[in-house]
Design a protein around this ligand. Structure first.
Ligand SMILES: [Zn+2]
Length: 595
């Protein structure tokens, strides 16, 4: 049976975003796009001439005005395209906007290297005249110790293209060449197994289906284990090659350098999560009890342990609940959320060929944030609304406080605001809901977020650290070595109540994020910071809220660790992770009380 999707025309205007706030029509978009293209030559004319503070100022002023215009050209074309991805007009405007951005980045590629090699007196003259650039310049100059001669840099740039091969091999193999075969679904139908279906099958209530799908899916990876291990080893070796070429003590430190994150942040995350593993074991024991199984297997880990909360929440009610839940953030914050709800920031409902999922668009400087949803009246959709509004308000505060150069923020800080909002919503729902099934649903939603974000991503980070350290000691990353690391981690993380099925030893072979090393730990630190902040907001009130708003206003004008310090959490200590863990422990107890 196919359920016919709504057409966009059938959706009332008040549930659609106002893209005309960016450009009133496509013609004005085109004018702006052409304006940028015709001014690229002016920018290129600065090449080789950044030898005085005044010229650097002029160059930046032109570059920033073009980049800011570019961000709106990009946003309008992409958002229009996402409304209905089958329309060729917006597909082509989107491609044009990307092409234009590539040209702009090519035309401005000389700026940073010229500044890095400029005389100190020139740089000082520029910063004296334009003090707003002080952090930007300081950040740029940090990399001086890691810049090689221009000849070596050119060679390394070419090597970078070769280094992409590992990921390309992995992704072509697992998305194009590998076939997972067919499996039998809950209704006895033969269905082709795909990546997308794998996760929904893992959430199935039918245990036989879960077990068969799990074994079938991993069989395909095991059949290609040597190729997958070689591809991954290649990726690790290239991380090490570049970290050595650019004079970093290790691949981990090379990766932390970009956001100026001290190594202690990773070390204390791993240490503190390990200290609390007995509580994850307790959660697994609870899962085993609720599923009523003799043995808990890896394919039972996503299975639902609470009744479906079939409560329907209309969008209007969800907005109302989210606003009430965010009240601890103060009137001003809530008035901005309300403005977002009422003035075309959000594209609410699903329609034919609309972009799936949910997001908050990153930069629309000078306009207002945009949020895409596919709201379907589920409790999860209300959490998504709270989450995306967290991102949107982060953008709003940053973009209304900072100049364009500091718009946006690093991934290290990115998930904090969204998670704070989700935590406040959880807190509100647990205070107001009385139905035990609904309460269990909300607690479980939250516990799963802890398991998949804080525990699982930290386990991933440990895997990446061990694999890189082995390779740095010249020990080969064979299938046996990789499976050995992975098995030990699973045994330690899940504890004695979990049967560590042999297939899971090969999970490393299917995680695309491992080709972008030392990235995932930031999800774990993000959720920890958010828990610590929500706790402060709920217990300390006004002063904690004011500090939090300062954090939202920082954008990229300070390093992410310092931005979080402004809000009152010090990620170089173990305190935030500890405080997040306390919430997890409390929720496991609450859940046990409901059993
Ligand atoms: Zn998010």
């Amino acid at each position: 049976m196919t359920v016919k999707q709504k057409t966009r025309d059938g959706i009332p205007e008040k549930y659609k975003w106002h893209l005309y706030d960016i450009f009133a029509n496509d013609d004005l978009w085109k004018e702006e796009y052409e304006y940028i293209l015709t001014h690229l030559a002016e920018l290129e004319a600065f090449q080789g001439k950044l030898t005085s503070g005044a010229t650097i100022s002029e160059c930046f002023s032109l570059y920033n005005s073009l980049a800011q215009r570019m961000s709106l050209v990009i946003a309008y074309a992409h958002l229009k395209h996402h409304e209905d991805m089958s329309l060729p007009r917006y597909q082509s405007m989107k491609d044009q906007s990307v092409g234009c951005a590539v040209k702009l980045s090519g035309a401005s590629a000389f700026i940073e290297p010229e500044i890095i090699s400029a005389d100190e007196s020139v740089i000082n003259a520029f910063v004296d005249a334009q003090p707003i650039y002080a952090h930007y310049i300081q950040n740029l100059l940090r990399s001086k110790a890691h810049v090689r001669s221009s000849e070596v840099e050119e060679l390394l740039a070419h090597a970078g293209e070769i280094a992409d091969a590992s990921y390309n091999i992995f992704s072509m193999l697992e998305s194009a060449d590998m076939k997972f075969g067919t499996v039998t679904d809950e209704e006895g139908r033969e269905v082709e197994l795909t990546h997308g279906r794998f996760i929904s099958f893992m959430e199935s209530k039918d245990r036989t289906v879960r077990e068969n799908v799990f074994k079938t899916f991993y069989r395909a990876f095991i059949a290609h284990k040597n190729t997958l291990a070689s591809a991954y080893y290649g990726s690790v070796k290239s991380d090490i090659f570049f970290s050595r070429a650019w004079n970093y003590p290790s691949a981990l430190e090379a990766s932390l350098f970009d956001n100026n994150i001290p190594r202690s942040v990773c070390d204390s995350l791993i240490q503190e999560v390990n200290n609390h593993l007995p509580h994850l074991h307790k959660y697994m024991a609870l899962r085993k009890k609720r599923l009523n199984v003799d043995e808990l297997h890896m394919y039972d880990i996503y299975a639902p342990i609470v009744k479906d909360a079939d409560t329907k929440i209309e969008y209007e009610e969800a907005k109302d609940t989210v606003l009430k839940a965010l009240a601890p953030l103060g009137e001003e914050y809530c008035s901005v959320v309300k403005r977002g709800f009422d003035s075309g920031w959000i594209d609410v409902y699903e329609s034919a060929n609309k972009h799936t999922g949910a997001y908050s668009w990153d930069i629309t400087f000078g306009v207002h944030p945009y949020v895409l949803l596919n709201f379907d009246n589920r409790i999860d959709d209300m959490f998504t609304l709270a989450h995306e509004m967290g991102h949107a308000l982060h953008n709003y505060y940053t973009e209304s406080t900072q100049p364009f150069i500091y718009a946006g923020y690093s991934i290290f800080a990115a998930e904090v605001a969204s998670t704070v909002n989700e935590t406040l919503l959880t807190n509100y729902l647990l205070k107001t809901l009385t139905d035990p099934d609904q309460r269990a649903y909300v607690i479980n939603h939250y516990l799963e977020q802890f398991r998949t974000t804080l525990f699982r991503q930290t386990m991933f980070a440990e895997f990446e650290m061990k694999a890189h350290e082995m390779a740095e000691r010249d020990e080969p990353l064979t299938v046996e070595n990789l499976c050995g690391i992975y098995r030990e981690l699973n045994e330690r993380y899940y504890g004695k109540d979990m049967i560590i099925d042999n297939e899971i030893d090969y999970e490393w072979a299917r995680i695309p994020h491992f080709y972008n090393a030392f990235y995932v730990y930031q999800y774990a630190t993000g959720i920890s910071a958010a828990q610590a902040l929500s706790h402060k907001i709920l217990t300390e009130g006004r002063p904690a809220v004011d500090a939090y708003l300062e954090f939202l206003k920082c954008g990229a004008s300070v390093y992410p660790i310092d931005a979080l310090k402004k809000a009152g959490v010090d990620m170089t200590t173990s305190k935030p992770v500890k405080s997040a863990m306390e919430i997890f422990v409390e929720l496991v107890d609450k859940m046990e009380g409901l059993a």
